[in-house]
Every structure is written in C-alpha cells, then in structure tokens.
Ligand binder design. Sequence first.
Ligand SMILES: Nc1ncnc2c1ncn2[C@@H]1O[C@H](COP(=O)(O)OP(=O)(O)OP(=O)(O)O)[C@@H](O)[C@H]1O
Ligand SMILES: [Mg+2]
Length: 404
Amino acid sequence: MQKVKKAAPLQNRTMPATEFLERIISRLDRIDRKSLEHYVQDLARQTQFLTSLINQSREGILVLSFDKETLFLNHRIIQLFNIPEHVKQKEKLGQLISDQPFVEFVSNAIEKHEEIFQSEFEVLLPRPMILRINLSFDETQIPHIAILSIANVTQVETNIRERFQTENWESMLGLAAGIAHEIGNPLNSLTIHLKLLSKSIQKLPPQERKKVETSIRVMEDETARLDRIVRNFLKATRRKPLRYELGQINDLLSKTIAFLKPELKTSKIKVVEEFDKQIPIFLFDSERIQQVFINIIKNAIHAMPKGGMLRAQIEAKGKLCLIHFQDTGIGIPDDKLSKIFDAYYTTREEGSGLGLMIVYQIIREHGGRIEVASAPNTGTTFTVILPIRTKKLSLPEPERRQVK
Ligand SMILES: Nc1ncnc2c1ncn2[C@@H]1O[C@H](COP(=O)(O)OP(=O)(O)OP(=O)(O)O)[C@@H](O)[C@H]1O
Ligand SMILES: [Mg+2]
C-alpha cells in the first residue's frame, strides 16, 4: 500500500510564492485531499496578501506580454491613468492609456527590448504629469513579460522648478522688465530726434549731407532693432491670464496662413495645408495660439531664403491635437537644437531670439508640448501638441483622504 505522506505544516508567510508553489506541485501526487485544501486556502491567502501589498504601492505597476497585452495592473495605475473599472486586463496598452506618445515610447522600448531606468516622461493625458518610469523584462516567465513601474513625480519636479523660478528667474525677469520698460522712453525720443535731424540736414551741401545721411540711417536701423527687442521682451514677460474659448483650430491656422500669404508669396514659399476635418472644437486662447503659429511660420520663412515648401498638417491622436509645420529650409544643426527655445538665442542678424521662447511658454500654459526634428540642408519640423479639452482642466490627481 502506498503510504500517503502527511503534508508538512506550511510556514509560507515569508516564502516566495513561486517556491511555495513549486514545492506543492512536486508533491501533488502524494498530498491527501485535506492537506491539499489547506494548501489551496493558504495559497489563496498568500496571493491576496501579495496582491494587496502591490495594490498599496505608491508606484504604478503594469505587467505586459511582449505583444503589449496587459497581464496585471495595480490600483495605482488605474488611478494614474483614469482607467475605467471594466477595462483592466487583456487589453492592449494603447487601449488602456490615452496618452499616445507615452504608449509609443513604451511600445518601442518593448519591441527593441530596451530596458528603461529612471527615465522621466511628460504625459498630457488624462492630465499633465511628469512620470518617472522603469521597464524591465522577465524571460523566465511564460509568456515572457515586461514589467513597467511608474511613479508620479510631478509634484517633486514642479516644486524644484518653482523654487528655482521664484528665487532666480522671476526676480531677474522683474528687474529686466523694469529696465526694458525704462529703455522704451529714451528710445522713442531718439527716434523722433533722428527724424528731426534728417529733416534739418536737407539744408547742408550735398556732399556733406550724404555722409551724415549714411550715419543717420545706421542709427535709425539700430534704434529700430533695439525697439523691436524691447517690445518683444515686454511681450514675452507680460503675464496676461489665458482666455480659453472653444475654437476650431483648423480655421485659426487657415486664417493665420492667409494673413501671412503676402510674405510667403514674396519669399516664393508654397504652402500645403493638410487638415483633418474631423478635429472637434476645443478650448484654447486663440490670440496666443495664433501668436505661436505666426512665430513658427515666420521662422520657416526665414529658414527658406531661396523659397521652398511649408507643409502645415493638423491631426488628432486620441485626445491630443498635433499640428506639424514642416519646412524645406536650412535646418538646425544637432548641437544647436537644445538652444533654440532659450531667450536671446538667434542666428539671424535681425532676430531678437525671443520668438520660440514665447511659443514654448504659450504651449506650456495650455498644458501642451512642442517637439522639433531637423536635418541641416533638408528642413525642420515643429510639432505643437495640444490636449483636446472641452471642459476646464481637471484638478490634479486625487491624493485626497476621506474626510468624515
Ligand atoms: N524653421 C527653422 N529652421 C531653421 N532654423 C530655425 C527654425 N526655427 C528656428 N530656427 C533657429 O532658432 C533660432 C531661434 O528662433 P526664434 O524664433 O526664437 O528667434 P529668431 O527667429 O532668431 O528671432 P525673433 O525673436 O525675431 O523670432 C533662430 O534664429 C534659428 O537659428
Ligand atoms: Mg523667430
């Protein structure tokens, strides 16, 4: 008679689940029904214990198959991405998370089998957040899995940025704006006096007049340049609150291109408009977004001194509106790409280097993002990404405690 060995008492609180399970499996044929029941109950308890631990983690944990199918996700992920209760497992990553650039970033890494360590990513949906992510792979599991852990570091990052801004940037800006304002007045009077001067030299003999006229022209050009810098600076630092209104982005861009048509025509630039007609109306400050379009298009004009083509495209990707401006201009060298949004960075004689800084600020105020790709002598593409919102911004993710 085969002797049924009594199961050893379970001391599995600290034993890893897999080890515990392996032990049971190896003894399965020798375990009596009662002990098996006992094991199963204990296993269920342990699974519950581990799941609840994972669910309480401040980090979001998402386990995916290599096909980007969700195998497990904890509560934090549901909270971070506002995932409805009924869609939880077996969904593709793209169906679970609405921020498509984020989905593409993670999907690419999984496809290329590239681990991610402490990388920061700014998402716009379901609300603007700065996420710190890690991605690792476990090929001992069947199927092979990718483990994504995500922490919301928005608050930490914002605090650091805000502290930096309030301590340095804001005070510097205030001081500089004051000076710029003060420069405005003598500049006006200089302009007027130069005009008077050019009138009065009409009485001089022609030879002498020519010399003075050349000098006056240089002074006029220089004061005009200074005036432009001061005006642009004041525009950039002025903090007028945003005026959100529901608007049709396609119409706004069409209108802006029509407004710049004479300049585009003289510069021999052909414009191609490719607008997705299905883009819904959404909230934005049309005056400022128009400013964004003007600054980007003007830069494209400057980048194509011998003419060329500007392709303006608008497309929707989930809840994001992407506006691409692709030119066939001189391009931007790789080592200069990180500088173009800095104040006063310019490669143009007449430039004040504030155009893209203003663009950046306006887009950030809208909770959006700007991306740029460029190849010298081929062209540049700027992509403005705006969230499609029809209601006011949702409040930051609830970290609320229940208040009785
Ligand atoms: N489409 C583009 N193609 C090539 N270079 C560009 C393009 N857009 C911007 N740049 C580069 O970025 C720099 C900064 O642009 P930005 O608009 O901030 O300033 P600017 O055009 O020089 O002056 P302004 O303040 O009058 O706009 C430009 O001087 C140029 O070198
Ligand atoms: Mg510019």
